[in-house]
Ligand binder design. Structure first.
Ligand code: BDP
Length: 724
């Protein structure tokens, strides 16, 4: 009887378990661990070697950073190798050390390290005292931390360590995230929940997530974070908030992560009660000097300020008839004695100028070259307008011999489908960084300009507008974690390929199984082009919904300024479509160097991806690569984009069972939305542009469902991430 009862019990339990599995309880990776999962290595071919080389490890040093390295190795090896044995220097096979100790193992390491600065590192495999040793060496503890993460990356991606010989230093000095986060936790253009900074509870309540954030950034070489929105709230500079900023800075410091703040230019008047905030007013200068000194009292390694001035309603030096350089220099002078810098944004456009928007940043900043202090960088968006799915490069890259141009990429996907579209931005960043500016002849790529290799800039930098929020998986979508990741990897080295990064990220985050790695990498590499196809093919741009930028809105024509309207940008009419920025039009091409300038001036030599950015062309214009008419080509691309999304979705579905169920499910659910929205984009745009082309949908393509009126009538008052 007892046996029977227990059998019944077992049956009930297993049924419950089955039911639970099918419906409500799913365990596994939910995305929190990002690319630092450290799950046990399955590859038995490589595991014994790794164990031999890595299990007995020693980390030199007594700093907090050294302790972080120890904790990381212990945690990582207990996961990856299921074994970890911290030991003394002489018995270790893995040694993490700074130059002096490292040179006992390998004298030549000193020579290597002398080239690598404060953040670089060396990873070498060798024999020492007749045993194998892996040496991670750096000039500083932070360098050692970066080297440790690099070694762990090699292990996580199951790389061959037998002849490992890495020596690397970052190509840009300042590698920062820009959080567009407000004190009330709303994130402008944020699609992953609220701000991760809980300002209300700081400085006392410090979430574990803050530390994990610093750790994740350190793992990809990001060394700074601007905590608040460029549309800055002056409250950030009040003593109470500076205490909160200090709390974060203290947490981040041992990870090599400096904090910076966005400031409101008129703070001396609004916070300090001064008559104005004119940069040439001595009282204003004194106010900033004191404010900056107060900050450094609390945060001795404070990074500096990010400034959006005289742009989209923000105050700035222009309010007092002063130039951007005068505004930036006043702040630079206040920061200089403490080692701080100013990142002054070039995202400006003004009505009064009466100049086409894409040309304004160049016109404003090029003449100021040579007028900025040495601790100022001008931070410029990758393209001349505004983070569109695809833009040609900003002509400011390469245009200033003396003023460092700092790259600003957007990681959050304001214009690329928020956090439900599967879009890996690596190919886009790579396209920008590898574009030749011809500033000093062939080979003067944007990457080199930004890194100070074309002109010898005193500081260099890259900023990425963050996609991080309070969501458990950080970025609202597992795949979009890769955009944070690739930003860090490319800021460290603009030469790295998007494909290599996609592959390593996939291995670290999803799976090391070759079939999975191959498939996911392919999906990622296709995804950006797919999005450009169903949103803005052939150089179309700025045709999103008003304000929130969610979904298509090419018909919008009633906004306060001409250049806020989509119709201003696509210029569709009976005679054709596209914006003539060639010499016969607004001549934006004149801002580029030869031969780029000439290339872009002629539709025949303009890369097709930028065709309608630079040219207004008739509907029957013959598109070179396909031989189709322009109308047919546009429609084909919209349809192709949707097909590509469907293809990505199918590939993802085929991975069921090979990826952690929670990760799998999250992406799958987002994919459903993605496909729906890609179809929405396609149908709405095709129907709208058809009213001008007056031509049929090319044969073989299904007719778009719905009516243009219905698409136009769609409203999204609560779309996330909106600005003021
Ligand atoms: C635009 C965003 C807006 C930002 C602005 C900026 O829509 O929310 O404040 O850029 O970069 O793309 O300052």
């Amino acid at each position: 009887m007892k046996k029977l009862l227990s059998m019944v019990w077992v049956c009930i339990m297993s049924l419950t378990a089955l039911y639970a599995n099918a419906s409500s309880i799913v365990t596994g990776e939910d995305g929190y661990r990002l690319w630092l999962k450290y799950d046990p290595i399955q590859n038995q071919g490589i595991l014994p070697e790794y164990k031999k080389w890595l299990v007995n490890w020693h980390v030199e040093g007594n700093s907090k950073t050294s302790q972080i390295i120890r904790d990381e190795l212990d945690y990582a090896f207990n996961g990856l190798l299921q074994a970890s044995n911290p030991t003394v220097l002489n018995s270790a096979n893995l040694v993490v050390a700074t130059a002096k100790t490292a040179s006992q193992f390998l004298p030549e390491v000193n020579q290597q390290l002398s080239q690598l600065g404060d953040e670089g590192y060396v990873i070498r495999q060798m024999r020492y005292n007749n045993k194998p040793v892996v040496l991670v060496a750096a000039n500083t503890d932070i360098g050692a931390l970066y080297g440790t993460f690099a070694l762990l990356r090699l292990v996580q991606t199951e790389s061959d360590l037998s002849h490992i010989n890495v020596a690397t230093a970052p190509k840009t000095k300042v590698r920062v995230l820009n959080h567009w986060d407000n004190p009330d936790r709303h994130v402008e253009r944020g699609f992953a929940g609220e701000s991760i900074w809980d300002w209300h509870k700081l400085p006392d309540y410090k979430y574990q997530k803050y530390t994990d954030y610093a750790r994740a950034n350190a793992s990809i070489g990001i060394n700074g974070t601007v905590l608040n929105n460029v549309n800055a709230d002056p409250i950030m500079l009040t003593p109470a908030y500076l205490e909160k900023v200090k709390a974060l800075a203290d947490l981040f410091r041992p990870y090599g992560l400096k904090v910076y703040l966005s400031i409101k230019f008129n703070s001396p008047a609004t916070l300090g009660g001064l008559k104005n905030s004119d940069p040439l007013n001595p009282d204003v200068q004194v106010w900033w000097d004191k404010k900056v000194a107060e900050i450094y009292q609390l945060i001795p390694d404070f990074g500096g300020f990010l400034v959006k001035a005289n742009s989209e309603g923000q105050p700035g030096p222009g309010d007092y008839g002063r130039t951007h350089a005068q505004g930036a220099n006043m702040l630079a002078d206040a920061l200089k004695p403490h080692g701080g810098i100013v990142m002054w944004r070039a995202f400006v456009y003004a009505n009064e100028k009466n100049e086409e928007r894409s040309k304004q940043a160049y016109s404003e900043f090029k003449p100021l070259d040579g007028k900025f202090r040495e601790n100022v960088m001008v931070q410029v968006k990758n393209g001349p307008i505004d983070f569109q799915p695809r833009e040609p490069i900003s002509p400011l890259f390469g245009a200033t011999k003396q003023t460092p141009m700092m790259m600003e990429f957007q990681i959050t996907m304001e214009y690329l489908g928020f956090s439900t579209h599967f879009v890996y931005l690596g190919p886009m960043y790579e396209e920008v960084l590898k574009t030749d500016t011809y500033a000093k002849g062939k080979g003067s790529t944007v990457g080199k300009v930004v890194a100070g290799e074309v002109y010898d800039y005193p500081i260099t930098g890259m900023a990425g507008v963050s996609n991080i929020g309070s969501d458990r998986n950080w970025t609202g979508h597992i795949i979009l974690q890769s955009n944070w990741y690739v930003f860090g990897r490319m800021a460290w080295d603009y030469n790295i390929s998007a494909e290599q990064v996609a592959e390593e990220w996939t291995r670290m985050t999803l799976s090391n199984k070759p079939a999975v790695v191959k498939k996911v990498t392919e999906m990622m590499m296709l995804s950006h082009e797919a999005t450009v196809n169903y949103m803005t093919p052939l150089g179309l741009h700025h045709i999103m919904g008003t304000g929130h930028h969610y979904g298509p809105g090419p018909w919008v024509d009633d906004l306060g300024r001409a250049d806020w309207n989509p119709v201003y940008y696509h210029r569709a009419a009976k005679d054709g479509i596209g914006f003539d920025r060639s010499p016969s039009g607004v001549n934006a091409v004149e801002q580029y160097f030869s031969p780029l300038k000439e290339q872009l001036a002629d539709p025949k030599t303009t890369p097709e991806k930028y065709l309608l950015w630079f040219h207004h062309l008739p509907w029957d214009y013959k598109v070179e690569s396909s031989g189709r008419t322009l109308w047919n080509e546009i429609v084909h691309r919209y349809y192709l984009g949707v097909e590509q999304v469907a293809q990505i979705n199918q590939s993802w579905d085929s991975l069921k069972g090979q990826i952690d169920p929670l990760q799998f499910k999250q992406v799958q659910m987002a994919n459903t939305i993605h496909l729906k929205e890609a179809i929405w984009w396609r149908n709405a745009c095709v129907l709208y542009f058809q009213t001008f082309s007056n031509q049929p949908i090319p044969e073989g393509l299904e007719k778009p469902k719905g009516t243009l009126e219905a698409y136009k009538a769609m409203q999204f008052p609560f779309a996330p991430g909106q600005g003021e």
